[in-house]
Design a binder for this molecule. Structure first.
Ligand code: 0A1
Ligand code: ZN
Length: 882
């Protein structure tokens, strides 16, 4: 299973290691450029493994100093060392033995930010998925579990803080300026969960009393001076700990739980046992610098990493193919947590929006893969929206199929049966089968078949027989390596709404299983008849987005309107309005492509939008969601081929102008309503009010030709949510005006010292629509505020441009693609993971119209021809060109 550069690794080749690790002792003598790592690992040969089988340890960019067995240095003839592996022969047989490996590493030169690296003078590690092998030679795979003891030695003045996993053993000074600290983690863990942090950091402290009355010390470490900005994260952590006890009966299991926030990090955060390391973007917040979305993200990610303590750490993955075992499940858990903390319907709408825009897009292009893949070349490229978000949806479907109490029973069994193990998706699913007695064999195809199922429904009502018959067909599109698909078990939540708005339950069903409002689709084609339906019902289908499918149902417009106005399920109402708007948007694109300059928008849609926005009985956050019509990317995905981003942009603008004009007074009422005085609160209800105001400002920008409203909002904003939004309305809708230019400059100057706010500043400028933005992105790269080594900055400027600026990036002359190619090649030299992540912006290139597709292809070929190229980028380019 060792990953050698570029080699394809297959799930079918899995076999356990030849040696079993028992204990790992690590000593670090920290030095910015020459850190000495001494590893002493106690292990034994697995039963049945022949005596002459050598020990193979993974490595990556290591400098080996010495190897010893049971304390005795061994001659070079007894081992082979290469950049990727250390192979030791003639090991003791029939007993446990200790292997000592000494390596030297250079944290300062580690620009990949994998293994031990430096960020603003702090030592920090990132080991998932294969970073531990960049620290020492080891069987660096998730099924090798060991109990770790860590000693950190370093300059005392520079490193008053020295942290690792587990419980604190002690610390002291050597008297020569050096200091040490020791940590012990009693819970066996894989190497990817190892962490070390050392440096001079500030700390925020609190405590949590667990359900069995144990007191846990909570500490969040940040750069000095930023302590006050960690208060919300601490609050979110305590709420997460309480929630996991109440919702899943899971209690924290060490004396201390620590989070460290760093400014250079490849991903969002990492769940190392007892010592989470975070991208500081997901820890630091205050009203002046953080948006409501930032607060929501912090809450969700703090919870996500904390929840990994049980789903990921106490029970981990047998191999990296099982990544969704921890990620899909933990995303599901953090979604449920946020839904409980906030408005469930609004949260679900936001989740589904994200799922469709990211995962559905991935699933329909060259990077599509199953939730549980069977092969990979570079595991870093499988931390995808499919593994995470679709993985979460699959978990959600298990809960829907079994019902909440049975789902909980299955989870309890999972924790009981597999605690301390490294397991597979099959093990996970079996717990639900055993708990419920239900066969989930067909359902498991969700893990194995890629592609978003297309479910086509037609319905007939028979007034004489009082029956409703639904003909349903499911089709799963072909995806790379999977041409033929088997039918899935799709739980379709649905309701029957009568004319008077009441819901009716059928008295009998034939042709399929229907229970508790869920229809179970299991065949390629199915005809289901519902009995006892007194009049023609409106069908409310896929309620709550119970299944991640593309539903094709030619619903009569009056039915859509009925749902949009009256469905008891708020999610369904949003879905119907969105669907109505999408229909008009698609029509507008078609008409404008055929030469029309005007678009017609359905009067009913305009009325529903206006009425919903002004309906004070609906929560503001929900109204804001309704106002966010499908994005240009949503429209493009729906069209699916021959995409012309400029045409979509023009058509959407025209529709926006048409729907916003009649709402003018409603918008003014929202914007002019007296603002709440008093201190800022990030709670969901207050955030909802700000979201509605922001949405109204966006709408105003389509029906009032002047930037004055936005300029006023910018001048008056007393929180980042409204300030950043006003800036983006000015920059995106009125880019040529003095107001916009002044606001951009003022914002940049005001927050010049705050990296996280500057990221917003870069990103807003990178997403100004239109072909001229490429030149501003290039100019911004020359700004002293740009930082080419910082992943957040790269993502905020180059990533936002490529991923979230359809008309800028997809310029018809291909200059956007050529720019991206150069940037990817340059970034790849420093940090392959960040390069690869930004490159996924090209994943839908085949659906572009032919001129752009040709130019996009050229850019991919250019990247592919660059040398050297990381496995990360090589793997993506090859798959995108296949
Ligand atoms: N397990 C983390 C995600 C993560 C993966 C890889 C990383 O290294 C580059 C870092 C973080 C999570 O799900 O939060
Ligand atoms: Zn995770």
């Amino acid at each position: 299973m060792e990953a050698t550069t570029g080699q394809v690794i297959h799930l079918a080749d899995y076999r356990p290691t030849d040696f079993v690790v028992e204990r790992v002792d690590l000593t670090f003598e920290l030095d910015p450029t020459e850190t000495l790592v001494i590893q002493r690992t106690l292990m034994h040969r697995r039963e049945g493994v022949a005596d002459d089988v050598p020990l193979v340890l993974d490595g990556d960019e290591l400098n080996l100093k010495a190897v010893a067995i049971d304390g005795n240095p061994i001659p070079e003839s007894q081992y082979d060392v290469s950049d990727r592996a250390l192979v030791i022969r003639d090991l003791p047989t029939g007993t446990t033995f200790e292997v000592t490996v000494e390596t030297i590493i250079n944290p300062e030169a580690n620009t990949k930010l994998m293994g031990l690296y430096r960020t603003n003078g702090t030592y920090c590690t990132q080991c998932e998925a294969e970073g531990f092998r960049r620290i020492t030679y080891f069987m660096d795979r998730p099924d090798v579990l060991g109990v770790y003891t860590i000693t950190i030695i370093g300059d005392g003045a520079a490193n008053p803080v020295m942290l690792s996993n587990g419980n604190f053993l002690g610390a002291g000074d050597y008297g020569d300026g050096r200091r040490f600290a020791a940590w012990y983690d009693p819970h066996p863990k894989p190497s990817y969960l190892f962490a070390l942090v050392a440096g001079d950091l500030g700390v925020v402290e609190d405590t949590f009393t667990t359900m069995s009355e144990r007191e846990v010390a909570l500490k969040i470490y940040v750069e000095h001076g930023k302590e006050a900005r960690a208060a919300y994260a601490m609050d979110a952590l305590k709420r997460s700990m309480t929630w996991d006890e109440q919702a899943f009966g899971r209690e924290y299991d060490l004396d201390i739980f620590m989070i460290v926030a760093v400014s250079d990090f490849n991903m969002g955060a990492m769940e190392n046992k007892g010592l989470n390391v975070f991208n500081d973007k997901y820890i630091l917040a205050d009203p002046e610098t953080a948006t409501d979305q930032d607060y929501a993200n912090i809450e969700a990610i703090v919870a996500h990493e904390y929840f990994h303590n049980w789903t990921g750490n106490r029970i981990t993955c047998r191999d990296w193919f099982q990544l969704c075992l921890k990620e899909g499940l933990t995303v599901y858990r953090d979604h449920e947590f946020s839904a409980d903390q906030r408005s469930r319907a609004v949260k679900r709408i936001a989740e589904v929006r994200h799922l469709k825009s990211e995962q559905f897009a991935e699933d329909s292009g060259p990077l599509a893969h199953p939730v549980r893949p069977t092969q990979f070349r570079e595991i870093n490229n499988f931390y995808t929206t499919t593994v995470y978000e679709k993985g979460s949806e699959v978990t959600r479907m298990i809960a829907t199929l079994l019902g909440r109490p049975m789902f909980r029973k299955g989870m309890d069994l999972y924790f009981e049966r597999h605690d301390g193990g490294a397991v597979t998706i099959e093990d996970f699913v079996r717990c639900f089968e055993d708990a419920s007695g239900r066969d989930l064999g067909q359902f498991s195809r969700w893990y194995h078949q890629a592609g978003t199922p297309v479910v086509t429904v037609s319905a007939r009502y028979d007034a004489g027989a009082k029956t409703l018959t639904m003909d349903v067909e499911q089709m799963i599109p072909p995806t790379p390596g999977q041409q033929v698909k088997e039918p899935m078990h799709i739980p379709l939540a649905m309701g029957f709404i009568l004319d008077n708005g009441t819901e009716v339950q059928p008295t009998g069903v034939s042709g399929g299983e229907y229970a508790d409002g869920v229809l179970h689709l299991t065949e390629r084609t199915q005809s289901i008849t519902f009995e006892g339906i007194s009049s023609r019902p409106v069908l409310s289908l896929n309620r709550g987005f119970s299944a991640p499918i593309n539903l094709h149902y030619d619903m009569p417009v009056e039915d859509m309107v009925q749902i949009a106005r009256h469905d008891s399920d708020l999610f369904s109402r949003w879905q119907a309005i969105n669907q109505l708007a999408l229909r008009d948007l698609l029509k507008a694109v078609k008409e404008m492509t055929a030469g029309a300059t005007q678009v017609a928008v359905d009067a009913e849609l305009i009325a529903i939008l206006r009425d919903s926005i002004s309906d004070d009985s609906l929560e503001p956050a929900f109204r804001a969601q309704i106002m966010a019509l499908p994005s240009e990317a949503d429209i493009a995905r729906e069209i699916g081929k021959d995409i012309d981003p400029e045409m979509i942009h023009a058509a959407r603008n025209a529709v926006m102008a048409a729907v916003t004009a009649p709402a003018g007074t409603v918008l003014a009422d929202i914007l002019d309503a007296p603002r709440r005085v008093g201190s800022f609160s990030p709670d969901a209800a207050s955030a909802g009010i700000r979201a509605l105001r922001n949405a109204a400002l966006t709408w105003m920008s389509y029906c009032e030709p002047s930037p004055d409203r936005a300029a006023k909002a910018f001048a008056e904003a007393d929180n980042m949510t409204e300030l950043a939004h006003a800036l983006s309305v000015l920059a995106h809708r009125f880019s040529e005006t003095e107001s916009a230019k002044q606001a951009v400059a003022a914002f940049g100057d005001r927050f010049a010292e705050n990296a996280l706010v500057l990221d917003k500043w870069f990103s807003i400028q990178a997403t100004v629509p239109g072909p001229a933005t490429l030149a501003s992105v290039e100019a911004l790269m020359q700004s002293p505020r740009f930082a080419a080594g910082n992943p957040n900055r790269l993502r905020s400027l180059i990533g936002s441009f490529a991923m979230a600026n359809p008309t800028g990036f997809h310029r018809k002359d291909g200059a956007g693609y050529a720019f991206l190619a150069n940037q990817i090649i340059a970034i790849d030299k420093r940090n392959p993971q960040v390069a690869a992540r930004i490159l996924t912006s090209m994943r839908s290139w085949r659906s572009l119209e032919s001129t752009r597709a040709g130019l996009a292809r050229n850019a991919l070929v250019t990247i592919g021809a660059a040398s050297p190229l990381s496995t990360d980028v090589r793997d993506l380019v090859d798959r995108m060109l296949e």
